[in-house]
Ligand binder design. Sequence first.
Ligand SMILES: NC(=O)C1=CN([C@@H]2O[C@H](COP(=O)(O)OP(=O)(O)OC[C@H]3O[C@@H](n4cnc5c(N)ncnc54)[C@H](OP(=O)(O)O)[C@@H]3O)[C@@H](O)[C@H]2O)C=CC1
Ligand SMILES: CC(=O)C(=O)O
Ligand SMILES: [Mg+2]
Length: 772
Amino acid sequence: MASNMSDELRTGALVYHRGATATGARARPGKLEIQATKPLGNQRDLALAYSPGVAAACEAIYDDPAQAAELTIRQNLVAVLTNGTAVLGLGNIGPLAGKPVMEGKAVLFKKFAGIDVFDIEVAETDAKRLIEVVCALEPTFGGINLEDIKAPECFEVEEACRARMGIPVFHDDQHGTAIIVTAAIVNGLELAGKALPSVKIVTSGAGAAALACLNLLVTLGAKRENIWVTDIEGVVFEGRESLMDRWKSVYAQKTDARTLAEVIPGADVFLGLSAGGVLKPAMVASMADKPMILALANPTPEIMPDEARKASPGAMICTGRSDFPNQVNNVLCFPYIFRGALDVAASEINEEMKAAAVRAIAALAREPSSDVVSRAYGGETRLFGPDSLIPSPFDPRLILRIAPAVARAAMESGVAKRPIEDLRAYEDQLNRFVFRSGFVMKPVFTAARAAPKRVIYADGEDERALRAAQVAIEEGIAVPVLIGRPHVIDVRARRYGLTFKPGVDVEIINPEDDKRYRDYVALYLERAGRRGVNPDRARTVVRTNTTVIAALALQRGDADAMICGLEGRFRNHLRYIDQVIGLGPEAPDYSTLSLLISGRGAYFLTDTYVTPDPTAQSIADCAILCARSVERFGLTPKIALLSHSNFGSDDTPSAEKMREALAILRRTAPGLEVDGEMMGDVAVTPILRDRLLPNSTLSGVANLLVFPNLDAANIATQLIKALADALPVGPILVGAAKPAHILTPSVTARGVVNMTAVAVVESQVAGPGSAA
Ligand SMILES: NC(=O)C1=CN([C@@H]2O[C@H](COP(=O)(O)OP(=O)(O)OC[C@H]3O[C@@H](n4cnc5c(N)ncnc54)[C@H](OP(=O)(O)O)[C@@H]3O)[C@@H](O)[C@H]2O)C=CC1
Ligand SMILES: CC(=O)C(=O)O
Ligand SMILES: [Mg+2]
């Protein structure tokens, strides 16, 4: 079995799933683990968590079952349950092979909406027995998300489980898909100036997803007589006997037409929820003016967007994939509809809640970007239109709009067992979740993609640089320039299955033979001739030192940003960057900012690599420049000046230094949200700060942590990275006149890609001569 994807993506996906920890320790296969949320460190904890204390919780639930929501994980726990009979468009591959998809859905539930999931793969194809299995799981879960169970069994299973269970049972492929498809169609028809009751809709697919979409469209006004359904047997017509069921026959037409090609002429909407490649360009050409083409089979759509566009230039085209505009995928719905349903302890997800989700998604696509969102998307303003019919899956407002709308609909329709009294407070709570959720790199990538720049990799022969170059091209974030010998790059790129074309989508600078050599030597002498570099030395360095070559290329304007440091010592690289690029006009010195993305949020730490024992003035200068860097991530910097002392509780020289740094910042940068000196836990734990430092001017969790010296900053970074398995990004070099970054030998290819995006965004905003 081999679905349609590049070898590079296939290999990457297998490596991703096999996995390795950040510290290179034993691989942890799969995408999930269970984590304890309560301490279990001593005899008493054990007595509370387990016998005898746990009996108190059991008895409380026995006396009042509603207590399960207070004493167990149940109210935030959803089953993603499949029998593997319709896994994506891969078909009946069975429950075991379907497990990666279910683990994937679990990750999406957690990351997008903070919902915990047990993925449950059941070896049972008989609908009646499957119903028994699902219903027996009710004590464990707050909700059931049925996934990838084929039609028609899925209808019977969902109907029966909904009727028998007191918790929401939601077949994602039916209703999650129907909600997002309907939102896209509502918006698309409005743009085309058409109305739902009069449009002709033709489907390919008469399974779980297709029929649920049609049912919801009919509820909202589509006319049954305008709907034509086709499946693997062709048109669903009155009297057809093979592969028919009572759900499909609702849409049987009285007709002699038998094929998709016969019924598609004049259609306003093509709804593909079947298999790759079934819609042909000639069929698209026969559709009505300004048609909507929803080619939603995964991973290969019914028609590729470029083919559809060629056949009908005015068409609005949607796919289920993330690599084209208009991703119509149920991921835009299921995390948030469950969030709203669980938060009011809804007994079901009813039609009102689904309609509320449709309205919220459709309306969100039309919303102008708010300041915060536009900043979070790197200043990009997404405008409602044919290529933006629905929000992007990373739009942070999805949870903010859909979950409250669903919760409100549940309350108004009387299925909420625990209504929310203060919806405003609920929205605030969701807002906090969004900014904790770690999608911190997303706005940087979006901004980079809007105006890609040339990024030069000094270690252009290194596997990580080569892989990063491939990803940078595929993601459209940068035009890579590799320093290295062309034949070595070529052999290695082929060995790693990379497809970029040297000279076409990447430029190569060969240190052994490049026509710019003399110019580079001259420039090096100009920049470093008075810093101990003589002509002989300059000729040798420019032929052998790739960091210098990268810096010269950047200085000359042959690249917009540089990345080095995959080998060698930080300080050596910094010396060369300083010689060639130098400090920006507003930067008294260099410093580094290391970003750590953990399950608890994103934290920037400084100065992690440069100045061993900075002065108070230097700390204040560094904080100001680092705050600007943090803003590029769409975040408002909240700066904590860290110490072993809390607001004067100790008078050591380093505590005094941090107090002095605060005084300088208050004077020179009054707009910054900053406070100190304070201890690390106080900085990141607002409750503790409220108790210990009630007068602090810092609000919420500090995200820019400024350390008194290099040892403290570097040690803290390495410890957090290793112990919290945090994803490191950086170090980000702050202070250089142009975007130049020195990574560390432990960086991964993904780390290089992340820094490529950061460097591109810096080069977009760095005016001539400004500090990057
Ligand atoms: N973008 C999104 O969010 C979503 C996309 N999907 C995609 O939709 C597709 C169907 O999923 P689902 O409804 O759950 O699965 P089902 O198995 O329930 O339905 C599949 C349907 O497609 C039909 N079909 C299969 N192959 C062809 C073909 N070559 N030509 C015409 N019809 C065909 C089947 O016909 P028959 O029954 O006669 O065999 C059946 O009607 C998958 O590709 C899936 O990835 C699904 C959910 C969400
Ligand atoms: C997206 C999804 O659920 C599917 O393709 O099955
Ligand atoms: Mg699915």
